[in-house]
Design a binder for this molecule. Structure first.
Ligand code: OGA
Ligand code: MN
Length: 281
């Protein structure tokens, strides 16, 4: 296809639900031409999660596409692409932390600069389970009654890696607990205001407690909002086919894997997009 033709390329997509999700139907050549990047980014912001069904990116193509959308930052192991698997032989210590991905979360809440978006490609599926759930916390915030918005407007939440790990390992050894505690904490606003003016909820398994509240009230706030934000209207479950790529706006989404056998061989390849806006504005 000539360059002039690509400049005319339209973004072909179908909306999955009004408040979350769209399927992008353009060809791989069109996606990798870069001609659609700004429109894809705009759609990502409104839809929260974009599906590229059976686009069959190679690792190099996924990295290229990530860069075209705004820049690939290095992954956990310092490489451009990270293998998401619970297989201990491939991921040694990290497989343990990845068990936290089975509970609603935001990627990298401990990072000083939030990850703007994360991208996953399905390489090997689990024979059972292993879907991925997404929820749009900006759509959910918009739908809250005004009095609830007012009540939570100034709340501050302490996030910690160790809290997220207690979901899957509630009785850790002291050595285990100290290792998690070493990974640090971050204090974040409960309601994030984006440069666009849109607001979203900052929740998930790392959200430990609301500062200044009694523990019961803190749990009511965090779990009440999580229950609301992950409700049917704001959430989408992706049932993978090998070769699918999915990208989500990490600042306005919660996501989780549904349970699967760690020995199933399930393998996803992940890249992450450079953050451009802090949680605080
Ligand atoms: C991730 C993640 C979910 C999944 O890679 O950040 O949470 O379904 N993955 O593997
Ligand atoms: Mn994740």
């Amino acid at each position: 296809m000539a360059v002039t033709d690509l400049a005319q390329t339209e973004l072909h997509f179908e909306v999955i639900k009004p408040k979350i999700g769209a399927r992008v139907l353009n060809s791989k050549a069109e996606l990798l031409s870069g001609a659609l990047s700004s429109r894809i980014n705009a759609l990502l912001e409104t839809s929260g999660v974009l599906i590229f069904p059976q686009i069959n990116f190679t690792d190099e193509e996924q990295i290229q596409f990530t860069n075209l959308l705004g820049g690939n930052v290095n992954e956990i192991r310092g490489e451009a692409m990270f293998k998401v698997t619970l297989d201990e032989k491939i991921n040694q210590k990290i497989a343990e932390y990845l068990k936290g991905s089975l509970f609603w979360h935001i990627d990298g809440t401990m990072h000083s600069m939030p990850i703007r978006a994360s991208m996953l490609t399905a390489i090997v599926l689990a024979s059972e389970g292993g879907d991925t759930d997404f929820a749009n916390t900006a759509s959910a915030y918009d739908a809250l009654p005004q009095e609830r918005k007012d009540a939570i407007a100034d709340m501050r939440v302490v996030h910690s890696l160790w809290r997220s790990q207690l979901y899957h390992t509630p009785e850790p050894s002291m050595e285990q607990l100290e290792d998690w505690i070493d990974k640090g904490e971050a204090e974040l606003p409960l309601v994030c205001t984006h440069k666009s003016g849109r607001k979203s909820l900052v929740l998930g398994n790392t959200a430990h407690y609301v500062k200044g509240l009694d523990p019961k009230d803190s749990y009511r706030v965090l779990h009440g909002l999580r229950e609301f934000a992950t409700g049917e209207a704001f959430s989408y479950r992706h049932k993978w086919t090998v070769g699918d790529t999915v990208i989500w706006d990490n600042r306005t989404s919660l996501h989780r894997a549904t349970p699967y056998d760690p020995a199933s061989g399930r393998m996803m390849h992940r890249t992450i997009l450079n953050g451009t806006e802090a949680w605080e504005n």
